[in-house]
Design a protein around this ligand. Sequence first.
Ligand SMILES: Nc1ncnc2c1ncn2[C@@H]1O[C@H](COP(=O)(O)OP(=O)(O)OP(=O)(O)O)[C@@H](O)[C@H]1O
Ligand SMILES: [Mg+2]
Length: 365
Amino acid sequence: MSTIDIELHSVSKKFGANRIVKNVNLSIPKGKFVSILGPSGCGKTTTLNMIAGFESPTSGEIRIRGRDQNGVPPEARKIGLVFQNYALFPHMTVAENVGFGLKMQGRSRQEIAAGTKRALKSVRLEGFENRYPKELSGGQQQRVAVARAIAPSPSVLLLDEPLSNLDLKLREAMRVELKEIQQDLGMTFVYVTHDQEEAMAMSDRIIVMQGGVVAQEGAPADIYGRPRTSFVADFIGKSNILPISDVGDAETGNGSLRVLLEAAGVPIMAAPMPGLGPDKARFCCIRPEAVRLADAAGALDEPANLLTGTIQKVVNLGAYLEAWLLVDGGITLKSMIRSTRLDKLVVGRRVELAIAHAAVQLLEE
Ligand SMILES: Nc1ncnc2c1ncn2[C@@H]1O[C@H](COP(=O)(O)OP(=O)(O)OP(=O)(O)O)[C@@H](O)[C@H]1O
Ligand SMILES: [Mg+2]
């Protein structure tokens, strides 16, 4: 059983007349890497600031390790912070930066030295003690910022877009490092980002926010494979989102549901969505990698929809080809196909497509 580190109960935040966070309920399990993911302005930082104690909720309750935090100041919450613009002190060495929090807590010289050493070991920066921030790379500086935040042994680390100032290669390397640091420490990380790949790569759980509310919450594979709304399907990864009508409530033997693609009038079979009655489904989502060429090499060993269409456009992305396929009836599907199939993808050519029933996800809005 996992214990809960942080709970939000019907938390709302207003700035003036604007309700920025609306009735948010969350449970963040201890020792997990949890991401809050959403577009700019959806209330991620505001939510994090309320957990940290920099903002107080207009209504609702925040509990940390079971205790109501109303009136508890940030420094008493045992929380570490790493923010994008939380710069290191430039005039202090790495060791002085990392030891700063411990010094503020009034720890002894030995405790500060031991805590600093431990934190620098966690972020793999032993030997950098006497350098100044300007003598470090961007990634090393961010690791020092993490070491500074974890040195006072907080039980939770809040990170707000800590990698957004780094270039792509470094960001990708740091994702792996941060995840490893989190696992080594067994510490709860709450990680705010608007980068869906980052959230997918690192998280045990993802909380998707949209306009101040939680749009969906779950394991990364769940959010990607079972999005509930077109917002989530569109925000996480690439997808074909198609309006549907006439959802048949009669299931076939394998549990699939019959839906009609509205624009094309083409019937296809979709995966049933637990908790989403056929009458509630408005759209379906088909991931581009689920649109396959229906020849021997692309054959599926599960129940699949077979469609015919014409290749409209092909973009070579190296390992993959992105192809737009005009399906008979008038809808366009985007597909991701391995580059080894390049010879099959000739613009104007007629193709048969296979899409597994299970890959057609019904969406409620
Ligand atoms: N102190 C404040 N006073 C008034 N409005 C605020 C304040 N802080 C945030 N807002 C507004 O609340 C909304 C959400 O802001 P927030 O910083 O939480 O978004 P975010 O999801 O972190 O976005 P980003 O990805 O751009 O960082 C924005 O419209 C912002 O302008
Ligand atoms: Mg923000």
